[in-house]
Write a protein that binds this ligand. Sequence first.
Ligand SMILES: O=C1O[C@H](COP(=O)(O)O)[C@@H](O)[C@H](O)[C@H]1O
Length: 266
Amino acid sequence: MALSGANKDGREVRIYEYLDELNTDLADYIAELSEASVKERGVFAIALSGGSLISLMGKLCEAPYSKTVDWAKWYIFWVDERVVAKNHADSNYKLAKDGLLSKVPIVPSHVHSINDTVSAEKAAEDYEFVIRQLVRTRVISVSDISDCPKFDLILLGMGPDGHVASLFPNHSILDEKEEWVTFLTDSPKPPPERITFTLPVINSASNVAIVVTGSSKAEAVHSAIDEVGPDCPTLPAKMVQPTKGNLVWFLDKAAASKLDGAKFSE
Ligand SMILES: O=C1O[C@H](COP(=O)(O)O)[C@@H](O)[C@H](O)[C@H]1O
């Protein structure tokens, strides 16, 4: 059984009693957005995070999705990446390749990973350049209220500290307004060197989903969604507020356990 609700800002919160239900609904959600985007624009530009998200997307590799999704129209990007070699265990690219991309017929030239042979600063600069080229050719749409790229879907995870992408609480990177992709060399979570989409890019997407499981994240979920606690205003997850797009939270029972008014009967 799933609980679902929308608040005044149009933000939707979906809570699942069982992980299998969350995984299936997440696959349905992504497949539906892919179909709508391919119908409207001919392509689907999706940006992935790393971490637990990739295994939660696992149903996409199975029937019916493996057959019904128009994989040839997918263009893949990373919302954030650790600046390590692509075959390193910490690489978000490797995680997605092993867990998803190698199991479905994605066109290799549509997979846009970062340059892993340069510094974090140069990798961020190069990645933004790649995105600018694809905005120019409209593989990625453009926001009609800023010059920001408008991804069809941005998928985020969230850490127990409320970080999303590589946007960490109280980090100056949260104030970045000009760059689309920026870098940090002092990530509080290892590895220290990372690149990340900035908040203006995340908040320009047509659709953003934040997918969170586990009790270690319940406090940050409560703070971000119920808008409580001293850390709330500067919690990166709370700062994800698409300007014109849709925001959906996918939560398991444990992650939702501290939310006001979201209780499953025992
Ligand atoms: O370091 C990172 O952490 C977040 C959250 O990861 P999770 O395993 O707790 O879901 C992830 O979304 C991000 O992409 C990654 O670089």
